[in-house]
Write a protein of this length. Structure first.
Length: 1139
């Protein structure tokens, strides 16, 4: 229920963000009050879910080492503010759109530098974005632990992020313009994060007050402050993390975008200089009490320290606080992903995709003017792709520790941008070649010394410090700096390199000499700018140029150097500096671009075009759409016949010079619009046209037709509108959608039925496995007890009892294999490889089948073998049992030989018989289910043995081969790889079941099967143990035994580990435990590993059980201490109470 409330509040919160962003974008022309403070708060996007949740976890584990993530940016915005201010000033002067664009502009506007920085930034950002999605999922799981998966909810959050980024991150092609809606929404998210953390800090302080109930109840468990936070934690790692965090605060793509690109042009530097450090200081102060409260009040805090922020209020019953913290975490994750997506999409579009398109322009394959229309759709596609990759990475990588380490590594990676950025601002000698060489060396060092060792758990190839992070960052950055300086000193620079170095170091513009001579006219520049930045902005920048230079730019005048450079800077705000430089170079080197060609390619029509009337009429009459063009006075100047037909216009209405308001009124009256509404609609559409607003809608006419109406402004203030009849398309789409909905419903119902059948089968298998193995376990224990009663001199009786025990064991093996085959049908059976000697396996087969072969008068011979296999022993034994059983069944006389042949690195286990043989045409049939040969001489069987054997062999990665001919017997063979160490396996097997002496001890046995208890009690008593049994635990708690034997599945849904937890709560010691269970699943295996239990599967081998008892009882106090430590940290499992 709490998760539902949290999700509803999240939906309302997201809707509020959309409304705020939309409102701010609509008022973008106004100068809002306090914009500098809004921008300063938006820089808080630096605090992601990693710092929101993970800071407390880091403090709980490493004390003060949580602080560098905040301390580094505080130092940058205070002591290092001069560097930040210089970066901001130069970036605004250069119209930089990203960190990649900024560095490319410094180093000769190099596309290679821009592409390299973009690739490295994307590599570092994607895992970090996936980390945010994982934190969202973990927070949802904390609110609703019963959820099996939160992937679908995380996917919904990802979709909302994509919608937000697309709607408010790409509304303007000019990236260097501030997206006020985006900035305002991120600022609100920063405030929500801060309030949530501060509120949690105050709540934690209240819990720690001496008079609080929580503090009183946990007074003895409270750790000392000096135990958690001490000066010894301020070491080399602390310093390196501080440097990394300071670097990330400027060089991460999202931080550069929000701090530099989105900064207002004036007045932004003063507020952010103190607002952002104060913001980080408040957050870091709130972390300390939350950490201390979590370690004091949560017994299992260290099991998931990153979730203390969520689990602490939930444990104290403060659900409202938990929901507030959840909203803060959602804000932290979504803000980071949205801004990262906006920043990276611009970098990838401008620095990777558009340069390729521009090269094709220079080759003549595409006209340059088409690029402007592709910029925004391209960025939106890239945004969707980035979020898809991040969500896919979140699904694939399941280990949270790996993602968290990649978060630190992402920070370390962007540190490699610092030498080129700082060097470019303070040293004019830095060159493009040095920047690229340093980046390559730094990235290579990061890859080899940090990323690869963290992924494979290996040791770095070279290290200068015990901490891999310290060593890797210092070495990679040192290589970067060394190569940057060395190569820059050796390389030659160009005029552009020197000019840009001067511009970055001094703030001066590019020298006049860099404006190369060209044939461009002012009209060409005007039209180019209109395509990229729009008519209004073009008018504004040209007016500013005229006022600044005192020149009147006539369309026929040649474009001078300042005008060309201004155009390049404006286009750089859309394409980035590197792509803009390439674009302008291609324009200057080619023929002048006619205005008519640019306008025609972009679909704009203007009265200024010099087309003849006949040519224009031919063009528009041969298209399916209706077209109408009006001039700046909103009068009709051109149309086609299709337009007249669509609206059934009278001849006296469709004439040149007709006010477009008259045609709009006629159309509205024609479809039956009321008079009061007509006036409003006419005025509304005229406003669209006068403002030059793009217009798009689909409207159903009175006769049922559906028209797509699309309007675009013309360059001279006119407006062109096209009308397309899409009735057939929409009807087809509706029919298709109905069909898809029908098929989707059918598929959903079929999947639900299939899922229900699978779950039913799984429950049946679990019940069958437990209920069938229980009586065999009792029988085997009774048999062992009977063997203890037989005198040593009664050899025949002892042999008979041993044969009974062996038969029970073989039956157990067959039953488990049959159940595993059923699991195989459901796709749930996985091999569990182990090492075992082949000779032991062959000896067991001889013991099992010798008497059966002798009864038929057959000789069973087994060839010894010293090799070792590593595979699933149970499955492999089942395969050979089927082969030997078939050989005995169908062989009338002669012999059966079982042996092994080594072939290089493989071994063939073979079963030879002297039976009737199998014809070649029947050799494939015998491996099919329920198929028997027609000449089987009446031998009984169901035809499943070989089919199951073949399927098990496939599962083990092998196959069964058959060599046979009628009258010459048969040879079945299965090939497996040889395990190198044969002796160790033999020793392991030999040591597995020693007949150890069992010390006299008090043992408590708990099992809901009374027969099993009776058999186990009898056997243990004969070994000299004092045994107490129980089928459940009621109000009377038995005394603490020396050892406890538990079943896992007990009555009323209670499990063995819950019984143990209940008992040790009343004892002063934790005795060692054997979990004797028929549940051979990963659940019991992992549970025993966590609790420190020994697991023994039913039916238990008496020899193995005796050896295990002796070993565990001899460990004594050491086992008790280890068990106490494990139980205290083990997670409590929910279940029913004890009777």
């Amino acid at each position: 229920m709490i998760l539902v409330i949290a999700l509803l509040l999240t939906a309302v919160y997201v809707a509020l963000l959309f409304w705020v962003a939309h409102r701010e974008d609509r008022n973008a022309t106004e100068a809002p009050r306090g914009i500098a403070y809004v921008h300063a708060l938006a820089i808080g996007v630096y605090c992601t879910s990693w710092t929101f949740f993970g800071a407390v976890g880091s403090a709980a584990v490493s004390g003060w080492q949580f602080l560098p993530i905040y301390f580094g940016p505080i130092l940058l915005f205070t002591l290092g503010y001069g560097l930040l201010r210089q970066t901001l000033r130069v970036a605004k002067a250069q119209h930089s759109t990203s960190i990649a664009d900024f560095l490319a502009a410094r180093y000769g506007k190099s596309p290679i530098v821009a592409a390299t920085v973009t690739l490295i930034a994307a590599i570092g950002a994607l895992p970090y974005m996936a980390l945010q999605l994982k934190s969202v999922g973990d927070a949802m799981t904390a609110l609703a632990p019963q959820l099996l998966s939160t992937d679908s909810l995380v996917f919904a959050v990802t979709i909302s992020m994509a919608m937000f980024a697309i709607l408010f991150g790409t509304r303007r092609a000019h990236i260097s313009d501030q997206n006020r809606g985006l900035v305002a929404a991120i600022a609100i998210e920063s405030v929500v994060k801060l309030l949530a953390l501060v509120a949690m800090g105050v709540f934690a302080l209240w819990l720690l007050l001496p008079d609080s109930a929580a503090d009183t109840a946990n007074a003895g468990n409270a750790p000392l402050f000096s135990d958690v936070f001490n000066l010894g934690q301020i070491d080399a790692r602390f310093v390196v993390l501080t440097v990394i965090a300071a670097s990330a605060a400027l060089c991460l793509p999202r931080q550069f975008h929000m701090t530099i690109v989105e900064a207002p042009n004036e007045g932004s530097h003063q507020p952010m200089r103190w607002v952002f450090p104060a913001y980080l200081l408040l957050i870091s102060l709130a972390v300390i009490p939350v950490t201390m409260a979590g370690l004091t009040l949560l017994p299992n805090a260290m099991a998931a320290p990153d979730m203390i922020m969520m689990t602490l209020p939930l444990a104290e019953g403060a659900d409202a606080m938990a929901v507030f913290v959840f909203l803060g975490g959602i804000s932290a994750a979504t803000g980071m992903i949205i801004v990262s997506t906006v920043a990276l999409s611009g970098m990838i579009a401008n620095d990777l995709v558009l340069p390729v398109m521009l090269r094709s322009v220079a080759d003549g394959n595409r006209r340059a003017s088409r690029i402007a229309t592709l910029v925004q759709p391209l960025r939106r596609i890239i945004m969707v792709g980035l979020l898809t990759l991040a969500y896919g990475y979140y699904l694939v990588v399941q280990e949270g520790a790996l993602l968290a380490s990649l978060g630190t590594l992402s920070f370390a990676l962007v540190t490699q941008f610092v030498p080129g950025l700082v060097g470019g601002l303070v040293w004019r000698g830095g060159k493009r070649q040095g920047m690229l060489a340093g980046l390559a060396a730094g990235f290579g060092g990061w890859l080899m010394l940090l990323l690869l060792p963290s992924l494979n758990g290996g040791i770095p190839a070279f290290s200068i410090h015990p901490d891999p992070l310290v060593s890797g960052v210092v070495l990679a950055t040192s290589l970067n700096v060394a190569l940057y300086i060395t190569v820059s000193l050796l390389a030659r620079d160009t005029v552009v390199d020197r000019a840009q170095a001067t511009a970055f170091a001094t703030g001066l513009d590019i020298p006049e000499a860099l404006a190369t001579q060209s044939q461009l006219r002012v009209a060409d520049i005007r039209l180019l700018l209109r395509q990229f930045i729009g008519p209004q902005r073009t008018h504004d920048v040209l007016s500013a140029m005229r006022d600044a230079n005192g020149l009147f730019y006539a369309d026929r005048d040649p474009a001078d150097g300042p005008l060309i450079r201004m155009a390049e800077r404006q286009i750089a705000g859309v394409l980035g500096s590197a792509s803009a430089a390439t674009f302008m170079q291609s324009v200057r080197d080619g023929e002048p671009i006619p205005p008519e060609e640019v306008l025609a390619l972009l679909g704009e029509t203007s009265q200024k075009l010099k087309f003849s009337g006949d040519l224009l009429q031919i063009a528009i009459e041969n298209i399916d759409q209706g077209v109408a063009l009006v001039d700046r006075d909103m009068r009709l100047v051109a149309w086609n016949e299709r337009y007249v037909e669509m609206f059934d216009l009278p001849d006296n209405l469709a004439v040149v010079g007709q006010p477009i308001a008259a045609l709009i009124r006629f159309n509205l009256e024609h479809i039956g619009t009321v008079e009061a509404e007509i006036a409003r609609q006419v005025e509304k559409r005229l406003d669209f046209m006068r403002q030059g607003t793009r217009h798009f809608q689909e409207r159903e006419q009175g006769d049922g037709r559906i028209l797509r109406i699309q309007g675009n402004p013309a360059p001279d203030g006119g407006y062109v509108t096209s009308y397309t009849d899409i009735t057939a398309d929409r009807r087809a789409e509706q029919a298709l959608e109905a069909k898809v909905a029908e098929r989707t419903q059918q598929l959903t119902e079929a999947n639900a039925a299939l899922e229900q059948a699978t779950q039913s089968k799984t429950r049946f298998l679990a019940a069958a496995s437990h209920d069938l193995v229980q009586p065999m376990n009792a029988a085997r224990l009774f048999t062992s007890a009977l063997e203890e009663e037989i005198r040593p001199d009664n050899a025949p009786a002892k042999k008979l009892v041993q044969q009974i025990d062996h038969s029970i064991s073989m039956a157990d093996n067959l039953l488990r294999t049959l159940l595993d085959i059923s699991k195989l049908d459901g796709g749930g059976l996985k091999p569990s490889p182990s090492r075992f000697p082949v000779n032991q396996l062959l000896s067991d087969l001889e013991t099992q089948f010798a008497e059966r072969a002798a009864q038929k008068g057959l000789a069973l011979k087994v060839k010894s073998c010293s090799l070792t296999l590593h595979t699933d022993k149970g499955m492999f034994v089942s395969i050979l049992q089927n082969l030997v059983s078939n050989a005995i069944r169908y062989t009338q006389s002669g012999r059966i030989i079982i042996g092994a042949r080594r072939r290089g690195e493989h071994i063939d286990i073979q079963v030879h018989d002297t039976g009737p043989g199998i014809a070649e045409e029947h050799q494939e049939l015998i491996f099919q289910e329920f198929r028997q040969l027609p000449d089987n001489d009446g031998k009984k069987g169901v035809g499943l043995g070989l089919a199951l054997a073949q399927r098990l062999a496939d599962l083990l990665g092998s196959e069964i081969q058959l060599m046979s001919a009628p009258g010459k017997g048969s040879c079945f063979s299965i090939t497996m790889p040889v395990e190198a160490d044969a002796e160790s396996a033999a020793e392991e097997t030999a040591q597995a079941t020693p007949r150890s002496a069992v010390p006299q001890a008090a043992i408590l046995c708990i099992d809901n099967d009374e027969h099993a208890l009776e058999a186990l009690s009898g056997l243990l008593s004969r070994w000299g143990c004092q045994v107490e049994t129980a089928t459940h635990i009621n109000g009377q708690i038995p005394p603490c035994p020396d050892l406890l034997i538990l079943d896992y599945q007990l009555d009323d849904g209670v499990t063995g580990d819950q019984i143990y937890t209940h008992l040790v709560a009343h004892w002063d010691a934790n005795p060692p435990v054997i979990m004797l269970t028929a549940d051979d699943t990963e659940t019991t295996k992992q549970l025993c590993a966590q609790m420190g239990f020994e697991r023994q599967l039913k039916p238990a081998s008496p020899m193995a059980l005796r050896a295990l008892l002796g070993s565990m009882l001899q460990r004594g106090a050491m086992q008790v201490n280890e068990s106490r430590s494990i139980v205290s940290s083990a997670p409590r499992r929910r279940g029913q109470g004890f009777s």
